[in-house]
Design a protein around this ligand. Structure first.
Ligand SMILES: [Zn+2]
Length: 408
């Protein structure tokens, strides 16, 4: 059994312990060593939360690398297993050091989750039915749907609880005390249940380390919410994550503000106006392209069987399709268009990628694809009357191939 030092001392960063066992880990793809200690500060992956990482340093070491890295921590029954990059001899005394920035970040997010879940339960009677805390996101699921207004109210109340600097305490109540307590995440155990209390906000069974007062959560922002399995999923950012998020948004809005010469608190209107203008320009550009192409194809002699259009700047699939439809009404061979060219490497024109479409009223377009495949690298497919895809080639090679294959 591993003594869980993190249970009582969530703010300790270093500890000493004795290695109980060490063996090669049986995990696919990893060459790690599974190590157990008599006691540990490393919180394992548990209750939806990512594990602590850090280092173990043997007090007597013969290696030129004094520390081994703890890359993952899992719990199995009473034992906490530290997955390390190198082995340590059983019986060795080690000093352990957890990655404090990661741990404190987890403590901030996790305590924030308790505040919100406690408030959801207190004000609306809904239950928290899921929690996930990774290094990037913190989500919690509730069994009923919340309205946007309720979510905004919860965010305000959560931050009020943070500013109130409420104590957060954890303890294992004796059986008689536990029996009469009403708490969230009720566990069917008479004792050995660890309760975490946020004064006036929440009482919940939980095994993870938390901050000791709500003020240390710093700031709580609900950054997203969606309907999920008949209830609601909320995404939150607390403390350092909320600050990083605000910085990112600040930098982005400052850049957009400079680009549009608009004040930072009035970006929405000019951005929407810009988008409308772009949509209108795209529509008129597409119309002009269409007119130009129709003009171009009207000059192709009607008795020419096969037609090849090379239009590197053309990006409009719909316009291409319409042009090919007009062409197949006059020309009964292959009517092909190579368009939307992407130059992969400026010094190697042969690495350019084109979209292509080929239609025909009589010839089998799958044969066109097969012939192209003999000469170029292509991705594509379709039916007898139309094929499309992408091809890698330079323009002269495409023209030469089409002339050689079909213009006789
Ligand atoms: Zn918890």
């Amino acid at each position: 059994m591993t003594v869980k030092l993190y249970d009582q001392k969530p703010y300790d960063r270093t500890f000493t312990a004795v290695v109980q066992s060490c063996q090669k880990a049986d995990r696919p793809g990893d060459v790690l060593f599974a190590l157990t200690l008599d006691q540990t500060l490393f919180f394992p992956e548990e209750g939806g939360q990512s594990p602590d990482t850090g280092v173990l340093t043997p007090q007597v070491s013969t290696s030129n690398k004094p520390s081994v890295s703890v890359l993952d921590v899992q719990i199995s029954g009473d034992e906490i297993i530290h997955f390390c990059d190198r082995p340590v001899e059983p019986g060795s005394k080690v000093t352990g050091k957890i990655n404090w920035a990661h741990r404190f970040d987890n403590m901030q997010q996790h305590t924030g989750e308790h505040i919100v879940s406690g408030l959801v339960n207190k004000y609306y009677g809904f239950n928290n039915v899921g929690f996930h805390l990774s290094n990037e996101t913190c989500t919690m699921d509730y069994d009923k749907e919340l309205t946007p207004e309720q979510i905004e109210k919860l965010e305000t109340l959560a931050n009020q609880a943070i500013w109130d600097d409420l104590p957060v305490t954890a303890w294992y109540p004796p059986a008689d005390e536990l029996a009469v307590l009403s708490y969230r995440s009720k566990i069917d155990l008479a004792e050995g249940v660890r309760l975490v209390k946020i004064k006036g906000v929440d009482l919940c069974a939980c095994c993870a380390p938390h901050v000791s007062s709500t003020a240390q959560v710093g700031l709580l922002k609900i950054v997203d919410f969606r309907r999920y399995k008949g209830g609601m999923r909320l995404w939150i950012k607390c403390g350092s994550r909320a600050l990083a998020d605000y910085r990112m948004l600040h930098d982005q809005s400052a850049a957009v503000s400079a680009a549009l010469s608009a004040p930072r608190d009035g970006l929405l209107d000019p951005v929407c106006k810009n988008k409308d203008e772009i949509d209108q320009l795209k529509a008129s550009l597409s119309e002009m392209n269409q007119t130009l192409l129709q003009e171009k194809i009207s000059r192709i002699p009607a008795d020419q069987a096969h037609v090849c259009l090379i239009e590197p700047a053309m990006t409009d699939d719909k316009a291409v399709r319409e042009v090919l439809n007009s062409l197949t009404e006059v020309h009964n061979g292959y009517c092909a268009a190579f368009f939307n060219m992407q130059a992969a490497d400026e010094n190697d024109p042969g690495s350019a990628t084109w979209r292509y479409s080929c239609a025909s009223s009589r010839a089998n377009c799958r044969d066109f694809n097969d012939q192209m495949k003999d000469t170029f690298t292509i991705r594509g497919g379709g039916k007898n009357d139309m094929v499309q895809g992408s091809v890698t080639a330079d323009e002269p090679a495409l023209t030469e191939w089409f002339m050689r294959s079909f213009a006789h």
